[in-house]
Design a protein around this ligand. Structure first.
Ligand code: CAA
Length: 258
């Protein structure tokens, strides 16, 4: 599939996906959702890519939400089809075994925040604005926002953000635990690359196991989740990276993971 609404580049085993609809502040229309789905599907089959970064073109917006023009005149049934495709896309993104970073370069609203929350880590420009403004359209978040936001910031803060649809600045979002790092707009790309490069050099099997344990844990009981952790911990010993990591520690040198 060739893409026009996203730009995909790979360098040093880091794939960057840029949403490319600057005139609509990178809002997600059906074509963009289809392209993203296809792109994430092909990343999931690649053994070469170690990290994914998602950002938006331009310096104003990451993703200003679902494209509101596609809601006009649609029946509940056709809206359901669109929102399920967007949910499937974000679930697929969350399920990638490699780390995914949202590099939030501006407005990150509605479906944009929902996409960012399906990523593992979030770095934002000081000028970024995040929020779930759907209530202002007479709507609720539909691409996982009521669930992922609640898990990230707690029910009280999620209700505050969703009931009022308020814009939240980057520093406040960081204090909520919604964003990991804040950078100046000029340094955002470089800081994102530093984080991505560090992860790309990390032990990818252990990163995969850590992601699996963290993502699956809340779906099961604490005891089952802790047992799952033990299984995944033991599974790390099936990979050569643990030999390298332990040997490097014992010999006081830096590890060189496969
Ligand atoms: N869908 C479609 N077009 C959008 C858009 C969106 N979500 N957000 C911005 N645009 C378009 C504007 O219509 C405008 O187009 P024109 O130049 O053709 O008029 C262009 O992008 C620039 O936007 P503004 O002129 O509004 O820029 P601004 O700086 O004054 O305001 C903004 C920026 C605060 C982000 C404002 O555009 C805005 O509020 N956008 C809507 C945000 C929103 O409600 N998002 C949630 C969508 S619903 C959703 O996402 C549901 C879900 O859970 C999946």
């Amino acid at each position: 599939m060739s893409y026009s609404n996203i730009i995909v580049t790979t360098e040093n085993r880091i794939t960057t996906i840029k949403i490319n609809r600057e005139k609509s502040l990178n809002a997600l229309n059906e074509k963009t959702i289809d392209e993203l789905y296809d792109c994430i599907e092909s990343i999931s089959k690649s053994e070469d890519i170690k990290v994914v970064v998602i950002t938006g073109v331009g310096n104003k917006s990451f993703i200003a939400g679902a494209d509101i023009t596609m809601f006009e005149g649609k029946s509940p049934a056709s809206i359901r089809t669109i929102i399920l495709k967007l949910q499937d896309t974000l679930n697929k993104l969350e399920d990638l075994t490699i780390p995914v970073i949202a590099s939030i370069n501006g407005f990150c609203l509605g479906g944009g925040l929902e996409l960012a929350m399906a990523c593992d880590l979030r770095i934002a420009s000081e000028k970024a604005i995040v929020g779930q403004p759907e209530i202002k359209l007479g709507l609720i978040p539909g691409a996982g926002g009521t669930q992922r936001l609640t898990r990230l910031v707690g029910a009280g803060r999620a209700k505050e953000m969703i009931f009022f649809g308020n814009n939240v600045d980057a520093e406040s979002a960081k204090s909520y635990g919604l964003i990991n790092w804040v950078a100046s707009p000029e340094e955002l790309e470089e800081e994102t690359l530093k984080i991505a490069s560090r992860l790309a050099k990390g032990p990818s099997f252990a990163l995969n196991m850590a992601k699996e344990a963290i993502n699956r844990g809340p779906e099961i009981s604490l005891l089952d989740a802790i047992r799952m952790e033990a299984e995944l911990f033991a599974l790390c010993f099936s990979h050569e990276d643990v030999k390298e990591g332990v040997d490097a520690f014992l010999n006081k040198r830096k590890p060189n993971f496969s």
